[in-house]
Design a protein around this ligand. Structure first.
Ligand code: F6P
Length: 367
């Protein structure tokens, strides 16, 4: 029968456990052996009982409702070195594992696809150095890879949503609601900084769902002089009897010259131009914590099941595949296309070509 290893890598996100559970249980149900790899790629590199654990049905009991990832995650330095990847390949081959599911962000998925490209070379080198036998190598002539995007940032092309984004948005909205009552009591302004790296999805959606007065996101740098426009808008609202103002700043927000717009700067603007009593709240890792929302549990479960089906149906070597959700359908997309498109978005943003970045992002949140 087939064997599959599954790992979570990069920043954790709510819903990873649901994906893991679906992968383990559907694999077992369909007769595959399944290994949980601990601490991201590090577990592959280290091997041993601690690094790679064969799963039973109960290995994934009681995790569905928990945030984070039950098998640990890391941003692994060893795996970036060839020796690390040689050790990882050897640990897979020794267990006759020819299938790998990676749940992580674009960096982790790129790592998976590089690993696959090198696979033949790695096996040849391992054989030459007599670290694996010819029989062991023959059993794992290729490595089939499937990627699931686990990230709160929703920054990957090829999928409408990434696992964890919806839960993070819930955390932000809860925080906005909390700030609203204290802000209104004191007639204060609040600047709320949210995560998302170079993607403004969380900020933009939180602004809509949380009735923010203004929002700053990386994909849409404001026109020069925006400070006055923002303050005018806030003043108008005060004139209409609003007792509070909330400005949401994406951690990656920039101006037209790609210079970061910080929460401190926004606070200073509001204080000097409007004289408002202003406070900053940086939500930070709270956004990555807590229970996964129903939506994240569902898409993660569906994506996990789809990943297993891809591997089960493969009769030979398949190109690295990403599982995404498009228009509420779970779909299979070539992984490298998604990685490449995501890289192009980031490149366009660095070059201040924001129109192109918006068009390439593919997600509809800016429309
Ligand atoms: O990619 C997820 C994310 O939470 C980003 O939103 C944020 O910029 C980054 O990870 C924080 O990284 P770390 O957990 O390493 O501090």
């Amino acid at each position: 029968g087939k064997s599959v290893a599954v790992l979570t890598s990069g920043g954790d996100s709510q819903g990873m456990n649901s994906a893991l559970r679906a992968i383990v249980r559907l694999s077992l149900h369909r007769g595959m052996r399944v290994y949980a790899v601990h601490e991201g790629y590090q577990g592959l590199v280290d091997g041993g009982e601690k690094g790679m654990e064969e799963c039973s049905w109960n290995s994934v009991s009681n995790i569905l409702h928990k945030g984070g990832t039950a098998i640990g995650t890391a941003r692994c330095r060893d795996f970036r070195e060839r020796e690390g990847r040689l050790r990882a390949a050897s640990n897979l081959v020794k267990r006759s594992i020819g299938n790998l599911v990676v749940i992580g962000g674009d960096g982790s998925l790129t790592g998976a696809s590089v690993f696959k490209e090198e696979w033949m070379g790695l096996l040849a080198e391992l054989q030459q150095e007599q670290r694996i036998t010819a029989e062991e190598a023959a059993k794992c002539r290729f490595l089939n890879i499937v990627g699931l995007v686990g990230s709160i940032d929703n920054d990957m092309c090829g999928t409408d949503m990434t696992i964890g984004t919806d839960s993070a948005l819930h955390r932000i909205i809860e925080a906005v609601d909390c700030l609203t009552s204290t802000a209104a009591s004191h007639q204060r302004s609040f600047v709320l900084e949210v995560m998302g790296r170079h993607c403004g999805y969380l900020a933009q959606m939180a602004a809509i769902a949380g009735r923010a007065d203004w929002v700053l996101i990386p994909e849409k740098p404001p026109e020069p002089g925006w400070e006055d426009v923002m303050c005018q808008k806030m003043q108008t609202c005060c004139g209409l009897g609003e007792r509070l103002s909330i400005v949401i700043v994406s951690e990656g927000a920039v101006d037209k010259e790609n210079k970061p717009i910080t929460s401190q700067y926004v606070k200073k603007v509001i204080e000097t131009k409007l004289g408002h009593d202003t406070r900053i709240t940086v939500l930070g890792h709270v956004q990555r914590g807590g229970k996964p929302s129903a939506y994240d549990r569902l898409i993660a479960c569906r994506m996990g099941a789809a990943a297993v089906l891809v591997l089960l149906q493969a009769t030979g070597e398949i190109p690295p595949t990403m599982i995404g959700v498009q228009g509420n359908y779970i779909c299979r997309i070539p992984l490298m296309e998604c990685v490449e498109a995501t890289r192009n978005v980031n490149r366009a943003m660095q070059e201040c070509n924001f129109k192109r970045a918006q068009a390439l992002r593919g997600s509809s949140f800016l429309r």
